[in-house]
Design a binder for this molecule. Structure first.
Ligand code: ADP
Ligand code: MG
Length: 232
């Protein structure tokens, strides 16, 4: 992706259609969904359970392919790319945070954040330095040698966020990242996410049920009959 290309969306979903076959029935989950995610903007995706939020995030994150439509990353269409090229884009340009932290239990917080950087081929010493910086930035400077089981839920989720941004992605996609947390902890984790958007100009899309948190983001969208609609 070209540097400073802020006149094109970081991710653009064009006319996305996604169906699942379930027994005899065909479920149409996304039906012409369109959405542009911009650098430095946080977008809340607020919609009922089962409406297709996770499906939309997976498609935007190149984890799943649409049946029709196109996902543009930095203006580049991705549907004709090889799996290897798509994986490359996912690793360099997109970070993902899930509802459960999905950290590797046998590794420390530091090592969990180092791994995606090492997979990208950075030198170990660089990944140590960078991981320490990111964890400190997220208030975890004194937790870097802890394993996930030795961290609180909010701390685990902040390590997961650190891991997601370790490769300085253009887009950060989060699927109900505070869904398992108590309100205070959710607030803390959420503030960390918003802080990252302002500090790094990452484009952020967060699926959330929490209307109070959604209200603090730059923009709110929902899913109605498989299409993205702007709220407010
Ligand atoms: P949300 O995240 O908003 O709760 P999802 O995107 O997870 O919604 O799911 C939307 C609908 O698609 C649900 O009805 C779900 O059961 C169905 N669905 C999701 N993934 C699959 C799949 N792999 N196979 C069949 N149906 C699926
Ligand atoms: Mg979901």
């Amino acid at each position: 992706m070209a540097e400073g290309a802020e006149d094109v969306p970081v991710i653009y979903l064009h006319e996305i259609k996604r169906q699942y076959i379930q027994g005899e029935a065909t479920l149409t989950i996304l039906n012409g969904a369109k959405l542009a995610l911009w650098a430095g903007q946080s977008v809340a995706l607020v919609a009922p359970s089962g409406s297709g939020k996770s499906t939309l995030l997976h498609i935007a994150g190149l984890l799943e392919s649409p049946d029709h439509g196109e996902v543009y990353v930095g203006g580049t269409p991705t549907s004709q790319l090889t799996d290897i090229d798509r994986t490359q884009i996912r690793r360099s340009d997109i970070g993902f945070v899930y509802q459960s932290h999905r950290l590797l239990p046998e590794f420390t917080a530091l090592e969990n954040v180092m791994l995606p950087q090492m997979i990208r081929g950075l030198k170990r010493s660089e990944t140590v330095k960078r991981s320490q910086e990111i964890l400190s930035y997220l208030g975890l400077g004194d937790r870097i040698t802890h394993r996930p089981a030795e961290l609180s839920g909010g701390e685990q989720q902040r390590v997961a966020i650190a891991r997601a941004v370790a490769n300085a992605p253009r887009a950060l996609l989060a699927d109900e990242p505070t869904g398992n947390l108590d309100p205070n902890t959710a607030d803390h984790v959420f503030r960390a996410l918003l802080q990252l958007v302002k500090a790094t100009r990452v484009a952020m899309l967060i699926a959330t049920h929490n209307l109070e948190l959604a209200g603090r983001m730059d923009r709110r969208v929902s899913l109605v009959d498989g299409q993205v609609v702007e709220l407010d």
